[in-house]
Design a protein around this ligand. Structure first.
Ligand code: AR6
Length: 182
């Protein structure tokens, strides 16, 4: 099941899948660690699929701070770019909501600067970093909607969720955010 909505000329999708297997988008977003090293979860899946060249390209860009985003090539991944975001560790990096929103905002701004037409996000901070998924989804979808009027190159924003539960939460957050924005 895919939830898809068109808003401000941009398509927003929520679907279940693996962020490292999205061959039809220009850029995928990494839920990175500060050192931009392999790690587990999303970062592990992306680095394993990209190959060691990605860590090499990341080395001079690290460390990054919570809320920050940096962009690299995609190496062996089927995309053009990887945008690496460091989400907040819930309850430790504060204010967590603003730092999480900054991840989505900064990723979209980097995408614009690099003429990216389509971008796929995972649910940043909701795994190892412990952010409750409902709250994180609300922030993610609201922030993305707020950014839409300023986007010219990005035409597709996809949320790739690992579980059916997380997909439902994000689909609901999308409907709700659009309802609030109208
Ligand atoms: N595709 C899509 N979603 C995934 C995938 C995947 N392949 N794998 C996990 N998820 P996490 P964080 C979901 O832990 O919380 C790493 O070790 C997962 O179910 O990847 O930002 C890094 O090195 C969860 O909902 O990211 C950092 O140290 C969401 O993606 C740290 O974890 C994010 O989980 C970052 O923690």
């Amino acid at each position: 099941m895919t939830t898809r909505r068109d808003y401000h000329g941009v398509t927003i999708e929520c679907l279940q899948g693996n962020i490292a297997d999205q061959p039809d988008v220009d850029a995928i977003v990494n839920a990175a660690n500060a050192q931009l090293r392999i790690g587990g979860g999303v970062a592990g899946a992306i680095h394993r699929a990209a190959g060691p060249g990605l860590e090499e390209e990341c080395r001079p860009l690290a460390p990054i701070r919570p809320g920050e985003a940096v962009i690299t090539g995609a190496h062996n991944l089927p995309n053009r770019h990887v945008i690496h975001c460091l989400g907040p560790v819930f309850g430790k990096d504060k204010p967590s909501d603003q730092l999480l929103a900054a991840c989505y905002r900064n990723a979209l701004r980097l995408a614009e600067e690099h003429d990216i037409g389509s971008i796929a996000f995972p649910s940043i901070s909701t795994g190892a970093f412990g952010y409750p998924v409902e709250a994180a989804a609300r922030i993610a979808l609201r922030t993305v909607l707020e950014e839409l009027p300023g986007l010219t190159s990005v035409k597709l924003i996809r949320f790739v969720l690992f579980s059916t539960e997380d997909l439902e939460v994000h689909s609901h957050a999308l409907e709700k955010a659009i309802g609030e924005a109208r």
